[in-house]
Structures are given as structure tokens and as C-alpha cells.
Ligand binder design. Structure first.
Ligand SMILES: [Zn+2]
Length: 223
């Protein structure tokens, strides 16, 4: 019986997200994940208008993910997701995160051109700079003022300071330490929160980001 369940949980072959986006595994997916349920859940969570930016979902261990030490990425319309997952929620988080990058890249003008998100993000970065400085960290202000991803800054945040310390110091400013990395991750973590945990903190803590995601969400109703 157990064998039967295992088999049915990870049946190979092509699945479809939203009835038209092919999803397949290239390396064995953890048998704690039920891909069919995962896709059904994502269809409920995320407006289908956002899925039009995704042409395919490939699950496996891909070189670029290993090089960049990430679990997932969105590139040229394809979502690449690691096959090593704890459970359904784990892979749902990864997929919604990457869908957010798809939405972001395809709506960059709407999201970023008025500068409201950048202003909110840089304001938070400056506050973080002051907090870290007062804690005695050797911080460089220029690094905090650059909204784009920067490898050295990333290393500084997550290796020199570390996630546990950051999540304590940045509590109340950022939803998660990963949001600090770049304006793009700031958006992505907000999007995840908006659609997955629907935490009231997003609206309270990051009102501009919340407004923008809500605006995008309302736009999907017009399709
Ligand atoms: Zn990301």
C-alpha cells in the first residue's frame, strides 16, 4: 500500500499548470511532494493572468541554480525549481517566489517607474544601516543605497552578519532578511506574503509595496 502511494505521489510525466503550462521533473522529486496537489494549490493562490508569463516549469537540479546557490530561478519564461523539497508548501513557496519575478520583469514600468517602492526600500535600507552601525558593525553606506543585487553586499549581509542577527535587527523593517538583498527580492517576498500567508504585516510594514501588489492584483481582474 505504501509503495502504491509513493508511486502515485511522484508519477513521472508531464503535468499542466492552469491547463496549459507544461510542468515536468528532470530529477526525482522528493516523495513527500504531491505535484498535482501543488499545481492545483498554485492555481488557487495566484491569479491566472500572472501565469501567462510562464511558458514551462522544469523541476530538477540545474547547473545555474548550483552556481548561484539558489533553489529556483526564472529565466526566459521558464521556472526552474529544485527537485529537493521538504513538502508541498516548500515547493509552493519556491514557485510563487519565481512567479513573482516573472510578474516583476514583465511589469517593471508599472512597478518601479514612479519610484515609490524604491523610496520605501532605500528608506528601510538606511534605517538598517543605522541600526547595524549602532550595533558596531563595519557598514558602508554606499552599499545600502544601491537597490540592485550586489554580490559583495549579499556576502556581507548573509555571511558576515548572518541571517539570525539580521532577522532580529531588521524585525519590523523587512518581512524577512532575504528582502534586504535587492529591490527585486523586496518585491518577491512581498508578493509571496500577499498571495501565500496573507500576513497583515505586509500592509503595515511595507505600505507602498502592498499598494503596488494590490494594484497589479486588481489589474488581473480586468482580463
Ligand atoms: Zn528571488
Amino acid at each position: 500500500m505504501l509503495e502504491y502511494i509513493r508511486e502515485s505521489m511522484s508519477t513521472p510525466g508531464i503535468y499542466y499548470l492552469n491547463n496549459d503550462i507544461p510542468v515536468w521533473t528532470e530529477d526525482p522529486l522528493s516523495d513527500t511532494v504531491n505535484l498535482k496537489q501543488v499545481l492545483e494549490h498554485i492555481e488557487k493562490l495566484v491569479p491566472s493572468a500572472f501565469l501567462k508569463y510562464v511558458q514551462a516549469v522544469r523541476i530538477g537540479m540545474f547547473d545555474e541554480m548550483i552556481e548561484r546557490s539558489v533553489n529556483a530561478l526564472y529565466k526566459d519564461g521558464v521556472l526552474y525549481i529544485t527537485n529537493v523539497q521538504d513538502n508541498n508548501q516548500d515547493i509552493i513557496d519556491d514557485m510563487v517566489h519565481e512567479i513573482s519575478h516573472a510578474v516583476e520583469q514583465n511589469n517593471a514600468e508599472i512597478i518601479y517607474d514612479d519610484g515609490t517602492i524604491q523610496q520605501e526600500f532605500i528608506g528601510k535600507r538606511k534605517r538598517l544601516y543605522n541600526l547595524l552601525k549602532s550595533e558596531g558593525f563595519d557598514v558602508i553606506i554606499e552599499q545600502f543605497l544601491k537597490p540592485e543585487y550586489d554580490e559583495d553586499f549579499d556576502m556581507f549581509l548573509f555571511q558576515d552578519i548572518g541571517y539570525p542577527v539580521l532577522s532580529t535587527i531588521a524585525d519590523g523593517l523587512f518581512l524577512s532578511p532575504y528582502s534586504i538583498t535587492s529591490i527585486n527580492e523586496y518585491f518577491a517576498i512581498g508578493f509571496e506574503s500577499f498571495y501565500i500567508d496573507k500576513s497583515p504585516y505586509l500592509k503595515r510594514m511595507c505600505p507602498q509595496l502592498y499598494n503596488k501588489i494590490e494594484y497589479l492584483d486588481e489589474m488581473t481582474n480586468e482580463y
